[in-house]
Design a protein around this ligand. Sequence first.
Ligand SMILES: Cc1cc2nc3c(=O)[nH]c(=O)nc-3n(C[C@H](O)[C@H](O)[C@H](O)COP(=O)(O)OP(=O)(O)OC[C@H]3O[C@@H](n4cnc5c(N)ncnc54)[C@H](O)[C@@H]3O)c2cc1C
Length: 337
Amino acid sequence: MEKEYKNVYVFAEQRNGVIQNVAYELLGKANDLASELGQKVVAVLLGDGIADKAQDLIEMGADDVVVIDRPELKDYLTEQYTQAMSQLIDHCAPRIVLFGATTIGRDLAPRLACRVKSGLVADCTKLTIEPDKDGNLDFFSTRPAFGGNLMATIVCPTSRPQMSTVRPGVMQKRTREVGKKGNIQRFEPTFDASKFKVRLIETQMNDNKVADISNAKILISGGRGVHDKEGFQKLQALADVMGGMVSSSRAMVDAGVMDHAYQVGQTGKTVRPNLYMACGISGAIQHLAGMEESHYIIAINKDKYAPIFSVADLGIVGDLHKIVPMLTERIKKEMEK
Ligand SMILES: Cc1cc2nc3c(=O)[nH]c(=O)nc-3n(C[C@H](O)[C@H](O)[C@H](O)COP(=O)(O)OP(=O)(O)OC[C@H]3O[C@@H](n4cnc5c(N)ncnc54)[C@H](O)[C@@H]3O)c2cc1C
């Protein structure tokens, strides 16, 4: 008898027992998809000694949580996680499985897709349930293609589950429902240790601490028009008086002026701050992909035809090297009042 594939599963990525933000964001989106299909949202939590995190996932949007709590899953290792997840997929037959496009998700999802003989759409920016050509509801994943110059909507018509990875910051998490009830089940995979070819010998944390721009409420972002490190100091001064952070376009990362951790866009981070101030950024489609969902966008550019103005709520045409310091002084004065 053919399996009935149902429910929207979310790989609830945790690191050192901390559920990653992207898992909450995916739970938010999974709720929209599941309600369109009239199905449930199931979070899958893998690790060692992590079962107590299941309630957190229910409060953040899961109807059910499947916990695979085993010493083999203490640290992320591709084969161990693939074995656990592929057995779970065989057993539970999910309709859709979502992963964060993190280093772990980008490693696990393709390996798993291959193991369960299904397809995977990577780095999606939009997920929808819509009627297919025969009028049946199907799962559509949209992602940038051809260097971000067009958006491709992809459907995996025959294989199940349908799988996608989504970058952190793209979807929105739901408000926590404290005390929400849900089903928590354990799943016990049978590991084939003869296939464990990689051992984790040591973990070294990167102590070069870079603050995460995706959590900033205010971003003062600089592009090629900022020119150099001195230019970015002007942006930093403005960010300091406003309690924000500085970020960058790729042009300034490629020029070696800014670290990649601060890059906004298709190959950088996706951000959604309350205020995004784009200074000397033209507004290439690959940059817009990472910031156009910001709540309020101010653009400062000396070219009044710069495409950034098409997404800006407020545009200032002029030289940022004059405007930014003036703005900083003015805000400082206002704050002192
Ligand atoms: C596959 C792919 C992925 C990419 N990923 C990303 C990505 O993640 N993020 C990203 O940002 N880009 C990305 N890019 C690059 C992108 O296409 C653009 O080249 C880049 O965003 C341009 O950066 P910019 O706006 O800073 O520079 P420019 O396009 O050179 O624009 C500089 C702007 O500064 C203005 N300006 C100059 N001087 C001043 C001044 N004194 N005052 C005010 N305005 C001034 C100019 O009028 C101009 O509009 C990607 C490209 C590809 C092909």
